[in-house]
Write a protein that binds this ligand. Structure first.
Ligand code: LLP
Length: 437
């Protein structure tokens, strides 16, 4: 019977029971590169990019772009891949801007987000040729105008608008509701105020509007709801201020499969549903069709990544519970500790063994909340030295990793044509203490 837990086509089991990822033995990877280890499948990342680019081009007749939300996973090589596949990027900090820039990314195709850009951030983004600022609030807009004025430049701006929509996924990532810390809400009148201000400022070119409602969305419905609100608002701006909004960025948020019960995302179908809705709405409002942007992060990289760990202690507290401790934990994947996020964890060393022991897979930090996953079934014979794999860790794992307990961050290896290459080195103890005086 097909193993339900092999969530993606790039996962296989070979005759001796070892888990194969992107054509390479996971235990061999663990041996060569040590653990914990992030492993990425380059082909899958490229295929996801192609899927998005083709879907939006087809659905919006070439009048649309895909921007990779690089907060999901940011390191030099990813920006080269993204550029080669024809996507733009969403960046949120000097760190992401710097990494993209030194990777050779054309910064004209970068959109600078964040709800609190400091003056230094604004200067840095302008110094590095960032193409668009996605502006969160009036104070920021004024600061960008002043700094642009002092440089004698006009800056392209999209305004982040809060459409008042709840994606009903999980609270920590719901950002489109009126009381969100992000953007200016239509309902409170703040959105109209900031639009008026942007139109009036000398060194601001108001190019478009932006919204982002949340994450782990599996169909086009939420984007239709958001575009309905946003297009009505674009029509209001046209009618009241005779100003044409040229770009509408609908944000990111498409979902991925973490466990077998999760939904399946059909990118082409969802994007084309949204496009049909947008086109009809634009016609009925009698406005010009804006250039549409999507900003997927998670759905481009999450399922292209796994994390390999080596088992240490296996603790059986008779009558209570079992713990399998690994050599990583909340430092390389804080998502269970933060959101109780579900993950699929597999005995990569031998997938043919019966998984007959209920356990918690936990990390090595001095903190009882350092849990990778509860209620996992592992073989009762599991022992120190065995390799296990956590699936779907490409997004928001390395990106959110920390050095808590002075643990070093794992390396990232990327597999292409069945060959593994280190794309981010494992931190050393020297790296850890490099900044200490
Ligand atoms: N655009 C904007 C403005 C965003 O705020 C985000 C995510 C995205 C795009 C990309 O969303 P995605 O396609 O990746 O769902 N740390 C959390 C996720 C936070 C997402 C924040 N914004 C997690 O681990 O689930």
């Amino acid at each position: 019977m097909e193993n339900q837990n092999l969530l993606y086509d790039n996962l296989k089991v070979c005759d001796n029971g070892e888990l194969i990822f992107a054509g390479v033995s996971t235990t061999a990877l663990a041996k060569e590169f040590k653990t914990p280890l992030y492993v990425l499948d380059e082909e899958l990342i490229r295929n996801r990019c192609k899927e998005y680019v083709n879907a939006v081009n087809q659905a919006f007749d070439g009048n649309a772009s895909v921007l990779y939300a690089s907060k999901a996973l940011s390191f030099k090589k990813i920006y080269s891949i993204i550029q080669e596949e024809g996507l733009g990027i969403d960046v949120v900090s000097q760190g992401e801007i710097y990494t993209a820039k030194i990777a050779g990314f054309n910064m004209q195709n970068a959109y600078f987000h964040s709800n609190n850009k400091t003056d230094e951030d604004i200067e840095f983004a302008l110094d590095n040729g960032v193409g668009f600022f996605v502006v969160d609030n009036e104070e920021e807009l004024v600061a960008i105008n002043e700094i642009s004025n002092s440089r004698g430049v006009t800056t392209n701006v999209l305004l982040r608008i809060t459409p008042g929509i709840d994606p009903h996924t999980y609270e920590e990532v719901a950002t489109g509701k009126v009381d969100s810390k992000f953007g200016s809400a239509i309902e409170t009148g703040q959105a109209e105020e900031i639009v008026k201000m942007a139109i009036s400022l000398q060194n601001i070119n108001l190019e478009g509007l932006h919204c982002h409602v949340g994450s782990q969305v599996f169909d086009g419905e939420v984007y239709k709801m958001a575009s309905e609100v946003m297009l009505n608002f674009i029509a209001l701006i046209k009618n009241k201020y005779n100003y044409t909004i040229k770009k509408l960025d609908l944000g990111g948020g498409f979902g991925v499969k973490y466990v077998s019960g999760d939904g399946d995302l059909d990118i082409q179908k969802s994007v084309s549903e949204v496009a049909t809705f947008v086109k009809n709405k634009v016609l009925s409002l009698g406005i010009k069709m804006p250039h549409i942007c999507f900003e997927p992060g998670r759905s481009i990289v999450a399922d292209a990544g796994i994390t390999l760990y080596t088992v240490g202690t296996v603790k059986r507290i008779t009558g209570y519970k079992n713990y399998v401790s690994v050599d990583g934990g909340m430092t390389d994947n804080p998502r269970y500790a933060l959101y109780k996020s579900k993950y699929t964890i597999l005995p990569a060393y031998n997938m043919n063994k019966e998984c007959d022991m209920l356990c918690s897979v936990v990390g090595r930090c001095c903190e009882s909340g350092d849990i990778l996953q509860e209620d996992v079934y592992m073989p009762s014979t599991i022992k120190r030295g065995d390799i296990i794999a956590c699936l779907t860790t490409g997004a928001y794992n390395y990106a959110m990793s920390s050095n808590y307990n002075r643990l070093t961050k794992p390396a990232i290896v990327m597999i292409k044509d069945k060959k593994a290459e280190v794309v981010v080195e494992r931190q050393s103890l020297e790296h850890l203490t490099m900044l200490d005086k």
